[in-house]
Design a protein around this ligand. Sequence first.
Ligand SMILES: [Zn+2]
Length: 190
Amino acid sequence: MEIACNVTRQAPLIAELVNLATAHQRGGASVRPLTGEDLTAAFAAQLGERTGAALRAVPDAGRRLGELAAELRQALLAEHPADQAGRINAMIRKYGAQPYLVEDVGQPFHLHFHGSGGTEVEALGGEFATALALIVDGYGPGRFGRCEAHQCEAVYIDLTRNGSRRYCGAACTARAKTAAYRSRRGGGTT
Ligand SMILES: [Zn+2]
């Protein structure tokens, strides 16, 4: 699936932005959702050098990123497909996502969906909103979720073939397995 090229790169970034800015518990521990410059610095570090620098140069980037993260979280965790589609469509409109072909050094032309609102945050908003739309279209419903491990509010985007993902990452998958094993053993005497 050619469209997945961009999407597979963006899915972890989308989840990371949402988790940095909105999760109060991750991986079994309490965390402080990041705001302002902390959020900008942490998320810029996840991006390529050029995009990260462009993001740090945006005035009030942290507040704009926080807003984008909240919108993404609501879209990811919307209960009904129609509500989810409505939220994604609203973001595509808000960030002015536009498809265009880009040629990076050493790569063939590929499709970007940068938003046209002006700053790097709007550009990312357009890319991310379109990525969610492509995932719904290409993979079907139920590909977004909240980690099911104890004390974790992190979101995940499931691009596995069979849609089997339940946890935000390897650490929570391991924690959940351990907890399940203990509760099975706990059924007997210790
Ligand atoms: Zn988790």
